[in-house]
Write a protein of this length. Structure first.
Ligand code: NDP
Ligand code: PMR
Length: 400
């Protein structure tokens, strides 16, 4: 295991690319950013964003299973009575593998839910749904690339055009880039893990809140953002270096002026830390959503740590030795291991169990699979930091 830790600590920056470079016309070649060229410098961000985003828009509409020509501006125009007769609907981001797929299966197979699988790879999601045995009638696959704000907005329009009610949103998708030597920046100009795991979900949640609010009276009305033990430094797992630490958020804040920083705290790029920081953002966002919006909307906001699901695609970018040793380490040494199936049931429980209705909660499970309200770290419980993160994020995603 020392090898795992040292492999994480030895990461050094290397090359930086625009996420959508394959979709960009030759004229846009200069926007393939090199770290040295932009570090601390003002970017031609608007031009970059416009160009990459038009490419994303094309691919998004081409792969949507639901109606592909959205016309609605706010929540769908279907009569409320239509929605009252529909099954409750849950949107799960990143439902093409791992935890998201397992939760989609648990909910889809229950027969009580319609699951919108919000995925960036349509074919992969379709094969995964079929292999998992999620009945076709109980699921819809819709394209969503969380690493592109334009795709998030297109997803929301497409969802609204489908005429479905929305009861629960699960922000589950994530990327973990522990061996990356250089940051990857999205077309919008943000480090890939923070953009995907935090900013994309932040925008999605804000846009879909009004849809959840207008769900029929019997709705559970929930927003769930998947957190992790590794973002909580009040645990042993959270103290494995590199530790999560957003600092004063100066790196993230510099994006408001169009500058690009590889890390939220303004430091040098570290892929493992970027992931853990993004999980801190997820858990801070849940607490801030609760503080700002629970009383006025009646929506329940929660986060969770489902256990260590040591065999998911999350570790696809880790070194082979890690992928071999990590599952037995978690099974026999830390005893933190949980199967995808069990973790999926846990997430499905946070979606559907009327008892798990306390807003602002970070759920965890004991070894006998009993849910309990867990404690978060000092950083995750820092209300001032949560507020600051919210205000910066609103500006970065174009909501303020
Ligand atoms: P997986 O890699 O299996 O699942 C991640 C999902 O996110 C995939 O479906 C992936 O899509 C999707 N995704 C990645 N980037 C994007 C994007 N830009 N747009 C849309 N979807 C995207 O990992 P897990 O199931 O382990 O992770 C799920 C959640 O669980 C994450 O939030 C993770 O932080 C959390 N978690 C995981 C733990 C674990 O031990 N595994 C422990 C604690 C929390 P694709 O299939 O196309 O790659
Ligand atoms: Mg951890 C009780 C101990 C515990 C638990 C529950 C986890 C979960 N880990 C624990 C302990 C340790 N880990 C210890 C003592 C070490 C040092 C040997 C260790 C190392 C380690 C590495 C190198 N652990 C890791 C990594 C990763 O690359 C994973 C990671 O940080 O991903 C972000 C990881 C994880 N350990 C966990 C969990 C749940 C993960 C991964 C998933 C996540 O947080 O999303």
């Amino acid at each position: 295991m020392a090898a795992m830790t040292s492999s994480l600590q030895s990461m050094k920056p290397a090359a930086t690319v625009c996420q959508h470079k394959a979709a960009i016309a030759p004229a846009a070649a200069p926007i393939l950013l090199q770290k040295t060229a932009f570090q601390g410098a003002q970017l031609q961000a608007r031009q970059t964003r416009r160009h990459c985003l038009s490419a994303v828009r094309t691919s998004a509409t081409a792969t949507v299973e639901a109606p592909a020509r959205p016309t609605t501006k706010g929540p769908t125009s279907s009569a409320p009575s239509d929605k009252a007769t529909q099954k409750p609907t849950v949107i799960i981001t990143g439902a093409s593998s791992g935890l998201g797929l397992a939760a989609a299966r648990a909910l889809g197979q229950s027969g009580d839910w319609h699951v919108i699988m919000a995925c960036r790879d349509y074919s992969k999601a379709a094969s995964a749904a079929a292999a998992a045995g999620i009945p076709k009638a109980n699921r819809t696959i819709m394209h969503l690339d969380l690493a592109a704000f334009d795709s998030v907005r297109a997803f929301v329009e497409n969802f609204r055009a489908s005429g479905r009610r929305l009861d629960v949103l699960v922000c589950n998708a994530a990327v973990y880039l522990p061996t990356a030597k250089e940051p990857t920046f999205t077309a919008d100009g943000f480090e890939l893990s923070v953009a995907t795991n935090h900013l994309g979900h932040f925008l999605l949640t804000n846009l879909l809140l009004e849809d959840i609010q207008s769900a029929p009276a019997d709705s559970l009305k929930r927003v769930i953002i998947v957190g992790s033990i590794t973002g909580n430094t009040n645990t042993l797992a959270g103290n494995v270096p590199p530790k999560a630490d957003l600092g004063d958020l100066r790196g993230l804040a510099s994006g408001v002026d169009g500058r690009i920083a590889p890390m939220i705290n303004g430091g040098d790029f570290d892929g493992a830390k970027a992931y853990k920081d993004s999980k801190v953002c997820n858990m801070l966002t849940v607490r801030e959503l609760h503080r700002r919006l629970h009383d006025s909307t009646g929506v329940t906001f929660s986060s969770l740590y489902p256990g260590c699901i040591a065999e998911t695609g999350l570790f696809r970018n880790h070194i082979p030795l890690f992928r071999t040793l990590f599952p037995p380490f978690q099974k026999y040494i830390t005893k933190g291991y949980v199967s995808e199936d069990e973790a999926g049931k846990r997430l499905a429980q946070v979606v559907s169990d009327p008892k798990l209705s306390k807003s602002g909660t970070y759920w965890s499970w004991s070894n006998d699979s009993e849910s309990f309200e867990n404690q978060v770290s000092e950083e995750v419980s820092d209300g001032a930091k949560g507020q600051k993160l919210w205000e910066i994020s609103e500006k970065l995603v174009g909501l303020a």
